[in-house]
Every structure is written in C-alpha cells, then in structure tokens.
Write a protein that binds this ligand. Structure first.
Ligand code: 4AD
Ligand code: MG
Length: 455
C-alpha cells in the first residue's frame, strides 16, 4: 500500500528534470495526436519535407511514428521563426510547437497550426533527396536510407512479423531456446561455412542453423523454437540470398512429417493474416497488392517432389529428375497454386544428412519445403529427423562429416530417441514476400551479401 504513495512523489520531486522528460509516457508522438486535438503541444523529430507559398510555409515533420504537416503563417509567428523555417534543410532535427487540428485530407488525419520552431541540429545537403537514386548509392547510404517512408514501413512490418511469430509459438506451448552462434561443425553442408580461428581449440564456424541444438532442446522441453541469426557463405548473388539472415526453427518431439506440415500451414496462416490485419497502412505505403496474401489460409496444397517434377515437365522445362529445384523451377511450380505450396519427399541425395528416409522408398527424404507464390520461392525448409542411431551414423559417414563433432548429437539417439520433426523459416524471405519486395536486401536493416558488408 505504501508504494502507491511513495512512487508518484518520488517521480515528481527526486528524479531530476532531464530524466522526467525522458520518461516514455511524457513524450508526445505523432501517432498520439488524436488525444490532443485543439491543444497546444510540442513535438520533436526531423524535417522530412517542406513547401513554401509566399506567406505560408509547410514543414513536414517525421518522428518515426508518423508524418505531420506543420503550417507556419507569416502573421502568426516571429520573423525569426519564418526565416528559420525557410533556411533549414531536409533532416534538420527540430522541435515544433502549435495547436493540433483534425484535417481529414492530411496523411495521418491531423495538421499542426504552428507557432514555434526550435532547431536541435541543423542539417544541409542531406544526400538522399526526393529524386531517384541508384540502388548502390542507396545501399552505401543505408544508415540514412532507413529514414525514408518506404524503409520505415518495411522495418515496422518486419517487427510485426517477428512479434506474430513469437506470439504464435508462445501461445502454443513452445519454449524459446537460443542456440549458439559459434559452433564446432556444419549443419547444412560444408560448402557454405564461415570459419574463424578459435583459441587453442583450432577452428569454429558461424552457425548455419540452430536445428541440431533445437533437437536437444525438444528432447528436454517437448516443443521449442530457436530464433537467431544464421550464416551462410553463399557464393550466389541472387535476390533471395544473404550471408547473414535470421531463422525461426521450431522443433517438436513426437511429430512426424505430416504433423510438421500441419504446424507449418497453421503458423504461416497466423503470421500472414495478422500482418494483413494490423499493418494495412504500411502495406499501402509499399503499394502491396494483398489479394494473393489473403489466400494464405490452411489447408495449403501438399504435393510430392515427383508431382512437382511432373508440373515442370508439363511446362516444357528441361529439369532433370533427381536435382534440387532452382529459383526458376520453384516459380513455375508455385504458379500452379493460389497460395503457398508444400513440396515433400525429395531425393535424399540433395538433402541434409540428418533427414529421415521414407520407409516406403529409401531414396526419398521425409523433407518438406514451402514455396511462396509470386516468385518468392522457398521460405521454409524442414523435415522429420533420423531418429535411429545406426542409420544416423551411416549418414554422417556418407557425408564425410567428422563423427567426433557429432557425438553429442548422436547421444540424442542413444538416450530416449523419439520421432521428431521441425523446420526453418527464413525471416528475410518472408518479409520480402509479405512486403512484395524485389530483393531481400531491403528486408533487413543492414544486409550482408557476398559483395557488401558495409555500412
Ligand atoms: O532450407 P534450409 O537450409 O533449412 C535449414 O537450415 C534447416 N536446418 C531448418 C530446420 O529444419 N530447422 O533453410 C531454411 C530457410 C530457407 O527456406 C530460407 O527461407 C532461409 O532459411 N534461407 C535463407 N534466407 C536468406 N539467405 C540465405 N542464404 C538463406 N538460406 C536459407
Ligand atoms: Mg532449403
């Protein structure tokens, strides 16, 4: 009881003024303006844009939560303020004061009848202007490019996707489990490993996937998901490949391949429908046609690798049975469906060592890839795992992997092995697909690709 009396007094009298100003609730943001119509307020942000019309100046303020047109009438403000409004350049940081007016025609629905203008830090010659810039120039200025309305919309949708992913798993009894980044072995083939010296122990590798650790977690907790950065020294320069990307990897004890596909479709429906419902404004900024996204509802079509090859042959493709699908093949297959398609039972030869073979045909792996529509290709890769110790040992030998490095992983088959399955969703490919972007480089704040590791 005492607390409720002590805390407010403490807040007002003991905390220095500067800290009080920084208490989150005390700052007004553009997204809050609805609560302040008719009141005089101050807001801080950056000058996004400006227009002039003789006795009137329009400054567009941005603060990360929205955009606000501030109207300065010559007669209403001092000469000094009018001159400042004229002088300051794009991205000058400012504090504006004025009365909030509802203005249905304005973006966001409000306008500021401005009376004050304070410059926090004046900027001139901001490199990114409203004219068109080439992609390399924008990538070189990625640290500034993030301030544009399009990039802000993408960052917000990425954040909402991450939250939907976590909400889905947290709400379904999964425990979040972090996997290590520095690892002693490969998961997804040795050709894409990033290597680093590691003290007296020789070498360590940046993780390609948290899966193997996730399997240990599933044996401890039943249902887990890992969510972290993963690394691939991909030599490919495509619109789908990053060298550093984020992956979400659920792993479930006692799930078989069908259960795994049930989980994947339920998960995708939840993520996409949540974003459609809650990020309408941002999707509009991106001019995303959401017609096809609305179809992302279960059940998702399930076809075998063999059936997918049939689709390719029918389309006149030269695809050779037994290969993995390339980006072009995935596009042809997914064009047959109005929603993501799950392709299962791939030739084991093109898949990872840990996948369980199909008891009905030992040449096939109990794998599933989910291909997104509209040419976005594989967003999920998963499988049922080999749970038999001797078979797994055989696979490790066939793949020329060092058995010692996998002894701990083999222990999972020595002590209470059970059927289990999981998958990995690539966050950036998912953001690219939902936002309708041409390239994954815009889906992550600071992309890492074969030819770029700056800024
Ligand atoms: O299909 P992948 O390689 O599967 C795994 O890593 C499994 N260990 C996952 C599991 O079963 N737990 O990768 C999974 C997903 C791909 O479908 C794709 O979305 C994304 O990760 N991905 C990439 N995204 C961007 N750049 C790259 N270089 C990617 N490589 C894979
Ligand atoms: Mg894959």
């Amino acid at each position: 009881m005492e607390y409720s009396f002590i805390i407010p007094a403490f807040r007002n009298s003991i905390i220095p003024k500067v800290c009080q100003d920084n208490l989150l609730m005390q700052k007004i943001t553009i997204s809050d303006l609805g609560k302040y119509v008719g009141q005089e307020i101050s807001l801080q942000g950056w000058l996004y844009n400006k227009r002039s019309g003789g006795k009137i100046k329009f400054l567009v303020l941005r603060d990360g939560t929205g955009y606000l047109q501030c109207v300065y009438f010559k007669g209403n403000v001092t000469e000094d303020i009018f001159e400042t409004a004229d002088r300051i350049g794009q991205e000058t940081s400012i504090e504006v004061t004025g009365k909030v007016k509802a203005e249905p025609r304005a973006p966001g629905g409000y306008e500021l009848d401005a009376t004050g203008l304070k410059v926090i830090s004046e900027a001139h010659d901001y490199p990114i202007t409203p004219k068109d810039h080439g992609i390399e120039f924008l990538m070189d200025h990625r640290h500034l490019w993030l301030r544009s309305s399009r990039q802000v919309a993408i960052l917000k949708i990425r954040h909402r996707i991450v939250k939907a992913i976590r909400d889905f798993f947290d709400g379904n009894g999964f425990t979040l489990m972090d996997a290590p980044i520095l690892t002693p072995n490969a998961v997804e083939g040795t050709s894409t490993l990033f290597e680093t010296p590691y003290f007296d122990l020789g070498k360590a590798y940046l993780t390609q996937s948290g899966q193997l650790y996730g399997e240990a977690g599933a044996m401890a907790l039943g249902k887990i998901y890992t969510f972290g950065p993963t690394f691939r020294a991909e030599k490919s320069k495509t619109r789908r490949h990053l060298t550093e990307f984020w992956m979400i990897e659920p792993e479930v004890a006692f799930n078989d391949l069908n259960d795994n596909m049930d989980l994947a479709e339920e998960f995708l429906e939840y993520v996409v429908q949540t974003v459609l419902k809650e990020m309408e404004e941002e999707l509009k900024v991106l001019e995303r046609d959401t017609t096809k996204l609305k179809n992302v509802k279960k059940p998702l079509p399930r076809i075998t690798y063999d059936e997918a090859v049939g689709i390719l042959k029918k389309s006149g493709s030269q695809f050779e049975y037994g290969n993995d699908f390339g980006g072009g093949d995935e596009t042809i297959i997914s064009e047959q469906f109005d929603r993501p398609v799950m392709v299962h039972r791939y030739p084991a030869a093109v898949k990872a060592f840990y996948m369980k073979r199909d008891p009905g045909n030992e040449n096939l792996a109990l794998a599933v890839d989910v291909l997104a529509p509209e040419g976005y290709g594989e967003i999920i890769g998963g499988s049922q795992r080999e749970d038999d110790l001797n078979k797994l040992l055989e696979r490790i030998k066939e793949h020329n992997l060092p058995q010692e490095a996998f002894e701990w992983y083999l222990d999972l088959r020595r002590y209470g092995s059970v059927p289990h399955s999981g998958f990995g969703l690539g966050l950036e490919r998912t953001v690219g697909w939902i936002c309708g972007l041409e390239h994954v480089r815009e889906t992550i704040p600071f992309p890492r690709m074969i030819y770029r590791n700056t800024p």
